[in-house]
Design a protein around this ligand. Structure first.
Ligand code: SF4
Length: 347
């Protein structure tokens, strides 16, 4: 039976959508007792808000060049084993057309911080996509940029931006990133995005090297204060060409538990069941949904590019028709379905 006091904290979270640090710590420490209850409550809340409908977004991995050197990432500039590529504007538009044929109404333009792909070029891509598809939403995931650049992206028509905060514990942040990538800059970018009006997504990995209960508590406190419209959170998975290559993967169970806590904190947040979770757990999408997730993000990049966008070991690579039909089949096992919709945040 769940410990009475900690179980009471789940009710408190649902009621107030926030907790004190000590209360978050108690929930994290009592995962073994509260796992089933938290997930059941999270699924209930997701059902109330989204019924049995799951939004799907098409990720276009348009460049794997990156000027940064995050210690956990296969795209880091020090990884010289990686074959680098950049898609042309026409190739990106082709990806959009393919995704659209499959009912995808959000394109997520994702890339490293690639100075070789200029802001002007990206703005041209956004404008073209918006003029070809008048009922799609554009999400960007291209890292830390200036306020001015974010504003230009917004003016071009992008309306969502994903920038994981990675960890809200600045000492932990410094263990995951080189000195040239300070914590304060990441957080400033997130607040700038919100200020401009983007639906903003932050997020972290579960089980990243040196993560502690205190780091996770700081993450959850940051999320309840920042109030993102989206949250990307999956397990840490090591990549063979990074300094963390021998580190163990994060736990799928802990990921599912923290996802459930996030859903209890933020009933309407757009919460993907991530590809990283699916990589670790064969039925990871279904399990994510049973923890309150309501988004899945299939990859609509060209098949030749997919193997070169390897953020971590074993990243799944399927063609689009195959992935969508597998996702539909997995969702059917729990009686959920994909819906073709922009799926904006409804706060
Ligand atoms: S996590 Fe992002 S910013 Fe860091 S190295 Fe990878 S692609 Fe670049």
């Amino acid at each position: 039976m769940p410990d009475h006091t900690s179980a009471h904290l789940l009710d408190k979270l649902v009621k107030h959508n926030r907790l004190k640090s000590s209360e978050w710590a108690s929930l994290i420490e009592n995962e073994a007792d509260l796992y089933d209850l938290a997930r059941k409550m999270a699924q209930e809340i997701a059902l109330q808000n989204f019924e049995r409908k799951i939004f799907y977004r098409g990720i276009i991995e348009f460049t794997n060049f990156c000027q940064n050197d995050c210690l956990y990432c296969g795209l880091r500039k020090s990884n010289h084993d990686l074959k680098r590529y950049r898609l042309t504007k026409d190739e990106i538009i082709e990806c959009g057309k393919l995704g659209y044929e499959f009912g995808i109404k959000t394109f997520v333009l994702q890339g490293g911080e690639d100075l070789g792909f200029s802001d002007d070029k990206l703005i041209e891509v956004i404008l073209d996509l918006k003029s070809i598809f008048d009922d799609v939403q554009i999400t960007l995931s291209v890292g830390e940029r200036s306020f001015y650049t974010y504003q230009r992206f917004f003016e071009a028509g992008a309306r969502r931006y994903l920038l994981r905060h990675e960890t809200a514990d600045f000492t932990h942040y410094a263990k995951l990133h080189p000195e040239a990538q300070p914590f304060w800059h990441r957080i400033t970018c997130l607040y700038n995005l919100k200020k401009i009006g983007f639906q903003t997504g932050c997020g972290m990995m579960i089980g990243s090297p040196n993560q502690t209960t205190s780091s996770l508590v700081q993450d959850l406190c940051f999320i309840q204060d920042f109030k993102p419209e989206m949250l990307g959170m999956g397990p840490f998975l090591p990549h063979h060409s990074t300094p963390f290559k021998t580190q163990p993967s994060g736990s799928a169970r802990q990921t599912l538990y923290i996802l459930a806590l996030v859903r209890l904190m933020a009933p309407k947040i757009l919460l993907p069941a991530t590809t990283a979770l699916k990589t670790l757990l064969p039925n990871g999408y279904a399990e994510g949904i049973l923890s309150g997730c309501n988004v899945i993000m299939p990859n609509i990049s060209p098949d030749w590019a997919k193997p070169n966008y390897e953020l971590y070991n074993g990243k799944l690579v399927n063609d689009l028709a195959q992935s969508i039909s597998k996702i539909r089949a997995e969702l059917k096992t729990i009686n959920y379905q994909l819906v073709s919709a922009k799926g904006d945040f409804q706060g």
